[in-house]
Design a protein around this ligand. Structure first.
Ligand SMILES: C[S@@+](CC[C@H](N)C(=O)[O-])C[C@H]1O[C@@H](n2cnc3c(N)ncnc32)[C@H](O)[C@@H]1O
Length: 446
């Protein structure tokens, strides 16, 4: 078997994701750029890698149901071969059963020959018994049912149930296991949304304007970003509608000085500069000097001249800069709002990680807030659905800083009904809004 077999390549990538905690997106990009896979095999590889990571919880439940050994006890390579086979059997319509089973057996013969018969037996049994799967009892244990059926860690589902109640938590769980839409932001320094949509139509690409974000376009055709017209010319950048809105709600004005505290890779920093009509200054900081280069590259491609980058740890007090008109703190977070895009993250992170991240978020917020001028606005945002990383961080900060107040986005931006909580935070949900899960709070210094 050669490396140009998409199932073998998917197996290698999934094993590396498990073993090294490597990001699937980077491994896939590298593999696809080699050009050893062509035509539909490229799509199949992507589908298998992301599909197995998204549905891993359900697939392991099926392994436990149909294999004599529990999934946790199986050798890694055999477990991943079973996940791949079951994914093809249960989630892909276009692959015949015989192909799903035979290709899995071939994979086993190549990497773990003594397990080939076992793989064959488990997959054939799962296929025979597909109409009587032993799902957990929904009434007796709704969290177990939702976790297994829609493939999320149980503790995460329990948090969602606490926030939203059982029926809505299940809607969210369904949406969070789907593929996310491809959304871009049109660069209004170079074109308009209308003109860009005409270019897309002329290139045969189906797209629609985003519902709420004023410069967003959702791409409906299945296509790679780099093949869209105008990428090299900087007519657009990839950015989910929720992330666009978070930057938009800071409401930066031309000529102002803005601090973007955790800026890399620059999705929001470049949008701030765009909204400022490329006038004023955005100081884009990040702890990673390497990732800050991506901000500079994005700014150059988009024709932005007002972004200055500076590496540094935002938990340490910044020195030497006069106070800023506005601050964006897009904090490092669990990423539980974007698990449609990075599904591996949901299997890696634990409640302990949330506590650790929340401590960092609190430290950064307390360290950067003094850099705001009186009357200035700070926007705290995360791509997390977790109250511990969101409302709790903001409330803790406000309880210790009497010279800062929470602003009510319902009053500031009344044209966005349904996006804000009763207290005036921005909170988007995939099942309600079709966007990633995002949070933002506007805080004003008195
Ligand atoms: C959510 S990402 C920012 C995304 C970015 N705002 C955008 O829209 O493209 C969080 C960033 O925080 C940075 N970071 C983590 N800890 C930090 C710290 N202590 N000080 C500064 N930046 C930090 C990470 O390197 C990462 O780039």
């Amino acid at each position: 078997m050669t490396r140009s077999n998409p199932r073998r390549t998917a197996l290698d990538i999934l094993l590396r994701v498990e073993r090294d905690r490597a990001f699937a997106e980077q491994l896939l990009d590298r593999e696809l750029s080699l050009g050893t896979l062509t035509g539909p095999d490229r799509g199949l590889l992507t589908e298998l890698v992301y599909g197995v990571l998204r549905r891993q919880g359900t697939l392991d439940f099926l392994v436990d149901a149909f294999a004599a050994s529990r999934s946790g006890k199986l050798e890694r390579a055999i477990l991943v071969i079973l996940r791949l086979g079951l994914y093809q059997l249960f989630f892909l319509d276009r692959i015949p059963t015989s192909a799903a089973v035979n290709e899995s057996v071939n994979l086993a013969k190549a990497v773990a020959p003594r397990a080939a018969g076992f793989v064959n037996a488990v997959l054939r049994r799962a296929d025979r018994e597909r109409d009587s799967l032993p799902w957990p009892d929904r009434g007796a244990d709704p969290a177990a049912y939702i976790a297994v059926r829609h493939s999320h860690p149980r503790w995460l589902v329990e948090q969602w149930i606490e926030q939203l109640g059982i029926p809505e938590a299940e809607e969210l769980a369904v949406a969070m296991a789907e593929q996310a839409p491809l959304t871009i932001r049109v660069n209004t320094l170079k074109t308009t949304r209308e003109a860009f949509m005409e270019e897309l139509a002329a290139a045969g690409i189906t797209a629609e304007p985003t519902v709420w974000a004023p410069h967003g376009v959702r791409i409906l055709s299945r296509t790679a970003v780099t093949t869209l017209p105008g990428f090299a010319e900087g007519l657009f950048t990839v950015q989910d509608e929720s992330s666009q809105l978070a930057a938009f709600f800071l409401d930066p004005q031309p000529g102002e000085r803005i601090l973007d505290v955790c800026a890399a890779p620059g999705g929001k920093a470049t949008y701030l500069a765009q909204l400022m009509e490329n006038r004023g200054e955005v100081l884009a900081c990040d702890i990673s000097a390497k990732k800050l280069r991506l901000v500079a590259e994005a700014a150059a491609r988009l024709g932005i001249g007002i972004i200055r980058t500076m590496a540094g740890d935002a938990t340490k007090p910044g020195a030497g800069e006069p106070p800023f008109d506005r601050i964006l703190l897009d904090a490092p977070c669990s990423g539980f709002g974007v698990i449609r895009r990075n599904p591996e993250g949901k299997w890696w992170k634990t409640p302990d990680d949330l506590a650790r991240l929340a401590a960092t978020q609190r430290n950064i917020l307390a360290a950067v807030a003094p850099r705001l001028r009186p009357g200035g606005v700070l926007l705290y945002s995360t791509c997390s659905t977790m109250v511990a990383e969101d409302e709790d961080v903001v409330d803790d900060f406000l309880s210790r800083h009497e010279d800062f107040v929470l602003e009510d986005l319902n009053a500031i931006s009344p044209d966005f009904p349904g996006q804000f909580t009763g207290r005036g935070h921005f909170r988007s949900w995939p099942h309600r809004h079709g966007m990633d899960g995002f949070f933002a709070a506007r805080i004003r210094k008195l």
